[in-house]
Write a protein of this length. Sequence first.
Length: 755
Amino acid sequence: MRILAIASISFSAAVLCASYMPGTVTKMVFAIAFLLFGLLFCFLRSLRYRSAIRIVAFSAALGLLWFSLYSSLTVEKAHDLDGQTLPLAVVLTDYPRAGASFVSAEGILATEGLPSLGIRIYDTTYSISDAEPGQLVYLTARLRSTDVRYGEPYEGDLASGIYLTGSGKGAATLGEKGYAVRMLPARARQIVLKQINRIFSEDDSSFVRSLLLGDKTELYRRPDLAVSMSRSGIMHIVAVSGMHIGFLVGFLWLVFGHTRKSALISLLIVWFFVFMTGLPPSAVRAGIMQTLFLLAPLLHREDDPLTSLTAALSFLLLANPFSVRSAGLQLSFCAVAGILILAPRLQAFFMSLFGRFSSFAPVRYLIGIFSSSLSVMVFAVPVTALHFSSVQVLSPITNLLVMWAVSLCFWGSIIAVLLSLLFLPAAAFIAVPVSFLIRYIVASAKAISAVPFASLYTCSDTAIYWVAGTYLLFFLFVSLPLSSWKKVLIPSSISAVSLVALLLFTLMRFNRAEGVFSVIDVGQGQSVSVFSGENTLLIDCGGIFSAENAGDAVGRYLLSCGRKKVDLLLLTHLHEDHVNGIPVLMEYLPVNEIVFYAYSTDEDSQLESILAAAESHGTKITAVGKEAEASLGRISLKMTTPLDAGDTNELCLFSVSSVGEYDLLVTGDAPKEAERCFLSENTFPDIDLFVVGHHGSKTSSSEELLSAVPHATAVISTGYNTYGHPSPETLEALSGHNIPVYRTDLSGTVQFFIR
């Protein structure tokens, strides 16, 4: 392996380790240790691999020192400003984006006396709506560091170079406009966005924006597309990645030919494209690799893909070491590493397997795509399991179906956008076949997504064990003295059989229990499930103050438990922290019926989206009165609304769900008055489990209710919040009644198996 590759791998590994090390002192101690170790090998001249060991030691020390220095210049300075309200001057680096109740824009601090840090400002007065990149914005804002989000460590903004957020206090003032060269990509991006919207329909434009510019905002606003693309493994294809840079270079070589001049032109266009897409790590990595590839002939150097890959990683980490923990960067590098290391071996194996049929071009094409897709999947599975709790089992099949269409769609979209600048009717003509390709890609994604177990969700420990066991199995067989096909075929077969066994075990585990009661971790919100046999009852599906939509969390959990449908979804009330995940949930698995109180108020404007999702999926909607009952196999359900009038919380729908002799009480966010009314008007069995009202707020959990459930176990469904949930008063009251308490913010999803 070349010196550059050794140095790059050592540097990058040290940066990754530094990102997990506590405190600067620890990093400095290890850096000094590596430096001394490297110096020692400067004097031990007779040892083998002396030079390589020195390079590893010095590169690792550099990685640790660089991470510490960069952190002190960015994150630590952001911490010094955290919580302060200051007058700011910000130079915008992109166009503002409109949200539901604010406008946000990214820029660089340009206030005298403050560090020049990346910042995202939020303006609720919409006074910066017409600002442009390079323009100065003056405002007073409350600053927050971005390394913590919803109470948890967060690297997403740090990886993008955003270290502060500023919440505007009052209207902002727009200053002078700048037209620096560095703002050209942002302006070009805006032009492309406008042309895309002119050429394509609203549905198609969201796909093209993601494909050409990496803008997935509109895709995520359509749960049907977002979930199906995620489950089928196609989401990474429609987001800007190294594959798109490869498409672009191929298109440029087709246009300009294979000459030195065309190589230089391609380099300029590739880097303009990378900047225009907002410098996502995957595109930057691909840009660096393509640069090394295109420059190698010009500099009379051999192109070494593995060296190019590791060098690209080290360059990225030199620019921003915090990107090392970015899911996008990790997926990008794992995918390319898989293609470089494993794909040639798999391709050779399949070529030999098909024998003389592999001489046909279509067969070679399919083998190439399948081998590359499988290689990417093998290397990317740990990252997707870690960051997204899922493994797209059928992604190689998806790639076989759509990869050709994606490449044509990419080229066609670029041609259409360029033509639209010259002659709009010609661009509209090109857009027609591109739209057909988009519909084919989307239909393929939805078809694959609908296949049972298209994605394996690692919400359960058994799924995590399977992923880890599969990798150990492959590493074991690689080290054995076996023929190449046996090293692939035997562990693959064992892994496939064990996966089937895992799925069957999961089904048996949940189906054989008389009942399973779960309070699902959805952050600051609530979702409670009851399983018995093949029947599933769900109570609420919502959460706030979380980076993850509650529908994603609940959908993945139910599928990981082998659930095929939700028979009945009961809504205690219509606040967003109890129902905002329902449209997304319905994209994961069918919901047969939704029940809510007919006179519940809709303060958070959630009902319209729920009814629209129900209509599109053929879900029955039932608005019940003061009392109602339902039966789902062995699950019996009694519902009542104790109060006749009041606000949304006061009109909560209480429920008692029973499987055999085991009973669950859920009261939503009902206040103490509603609890007392419920106790005075209803008789109910001894409660075994109850979900503490209003996420542990002091407004619920009355003395009368706690006294009425002396043998119950309590679960508080809560997450990061600014309300003080659960309140000390509620925790003290539960302790005073000797009621065992579980909390989803501490324990995650809480399950109770009833045998």
